[in-house]
Design a binder for this molecule. Sequence first.
Ligand code: T1G
Length: 690
Amino acid sequence: MTVTTKRVGTALIVTLDNAPVNAIGQAMRQGLIDVLTGIGSETGLTRVILTGAGRAFAAGADAREFDADPIEPHLPDVVAQIEACEVPWVAAINGVALGGGCELALACRYRIAAPGVSIGLPEVTLGVVPGAGGTQRLPRLIGLRRALEMIATGKPVTAQQAEAIGLIDGIADDPVAMAQYLDIGTLELAERICDLPAPAPNEQAIADARALAAKKSAGQIAPLRAIDLVELTSAASMTDGLSRERETFLDLRTGDQARALRHIFFAERAAKPPNWLQAQAPALDQVAVVGGGTMGAGIAYALLNAGLRVVLLEVDQEAVDRARINVNKIVDASLKRGLIDQAGAEDRQSRLTLSDDFQAASGAGLAIEAAFESMEVKRSVFTALEQALPRDAILATNTSYLDINEIASGVSDPSRVLGLHFFAPAHIMKLLEIVRAQATSETALAVGYALAKTLRKVPVLAGVCDGFIGNRILQRYREAADTVFMDGSTPWEVDEAMVAFGYAMGPYEAQDLSGLDIAHANRRRQDATRDPNRRYIPIADRMVELGKLGRKTGAGWYRYPGGNGKVDDPIVADLAVEEAHFAGISRVDYSEPEIEERLVLAMINEAADILHEGIAQNARDIDLVTVFGYGFPRWRGGLMHYADQLGVPQIVQRLEVFAQEDPLVWRVSQTLLDCVEQGISLAQYRGSDR
Ligand code: T1G
């Protein structure tokens, strides 16, 4: 939490030191003020060199301080004093200089970065704007358009890019050494950014930035407010601009969106093995993946990306050939997008073995089964794995819905079995549900968490139930959508409502992507256990009977007349009218807010039950699942955080109204009633211990 100093010749080296990433908290700000105060007594000083300890220059202001009132000294004041200092400060940037870290660098007269540095102003990703001069200094240094790109998107740049746009003055393997030997003339010529001319107005750049924000950050406030502040640099004095920036930052940081984004930021970093899990995971070198379809190939590629050796198993040579094609498609796509180079592609291929002989995986410490979603198929795969792999190898299934206890019961040592539920595309989606079956050992769980860390996934522990956490909530979401559709809306009205809420796409367009037959198969599997008292909406079944399976058949809830376009299909709307007529339902015309409320409350109600049953450990985990696996808008903080923002008593009151309207669809989760009775939030609720 400190700032250390060291006098070396005519230089004073000031090091930001607050492991692990030098977040700028109150103590660090005070330390910088103390350095500034003490400079007056230093003789023969030609420069102050500012750098960071460890792997960062500074990761920005300490976001943990944002829920409390600001504490002096405030960062903009520290930045202003560094800029005004008679002795020039030189930023010797290592690792990352983000947010307030970048603003400290902008306060300096000169900036040198090490290769591999990442520098930028990502504040909008936390729902705020740069609050220590970034919106006013960056445009003066690199021009309006480039500043807008960095500030409105929050995307950092590399050292090379920073040098090219003038954000830094040089790149050196040892920035501190370079700063020490900079000739004094160069430093004396280096201007303070506050003395640079304001950028010329650029209405087109502003319009472009607004259009991009409307597209990429729909619903979010901070990017738009950041653009306003950058626009101000051409019209107002630096003093006025800084004052408006500070006001905006203070206003946003306690707002709902900033709280939600901070919640997810820290929740993602808290996604680690639970305290009670003491077992250690054995080192993993080779992993077997069974099934080379879309999921299996994606999982195999994720493992290859993490440097592991992979044996991809299939039933016969023809299937092996198809699996190789699937993996090659992903490798080629990564090459095309510049995510890997040719050497990287060859390295991944060199660590991949494909075979139809399970003995090829006899050295694997972990197997991940991603075969066809049939209990019979999975049981036979696990039998083959048990015979081929070492006795202590962990056996995981990627099943989305099937009962892992039943899969495990077919293995002589069921403690080796757990669920590792990846989300398509498995090498991109960050969520990994680690599903704990009744017999799953702590070692198996430790392997799951260690794999999540190796793959840089967000791990969430789930209990066994139909759909675990995410798919169980998804099923209620879709059921609520079908109910609203049957009772009065159209799929496109439902989708528009949920896109307005913040989803990238609505439930019907999403289902067209994955295929209506998948949910259909799950409904047939659930026929025997479905609650006869719950209303059943048959429209999706009729769609499958009509062969309307979605994009893959050219028509589903929408028609896809070639290319990527989609059009509403009146036949689908008529289906609902017909079914409603048969069911004697007088349809109503739901507004967008009414649609959104029904779908979101249906998910909250199911998630509350999941909490009560201990299928999820806590509300935060449900937020991670919904944001990282199901596209719930990150700037709303996840399903449970959003529910707490709405207020549990208000949710109960609305659910009671719906239950009176339609008791065959709506009920109120006991968890919500318990929270109201105990006067607690869902974040504070503790379900049954598992
Ligand atoms: N505040 C508080 N804690 C932070 C932090 C921050 N800004 N950044 C990281 N941490 C913690 C993190 O929670 C974790 O804690 C540990 O550091 C390692 O982080 C006034 C208003 C820098 C790229 O948005 O993007 O400046 O789990 O696991 O993967 O204008 O952290 O160990 O207890 O992420 O190597 C703007 C946020 C702030 C950058 C490193 N800055 N951080 O990634 O490690 S607002 C940001 C990151 C601001 C000013 C404004 C990443 C990283 P724990 P990590 P990493």
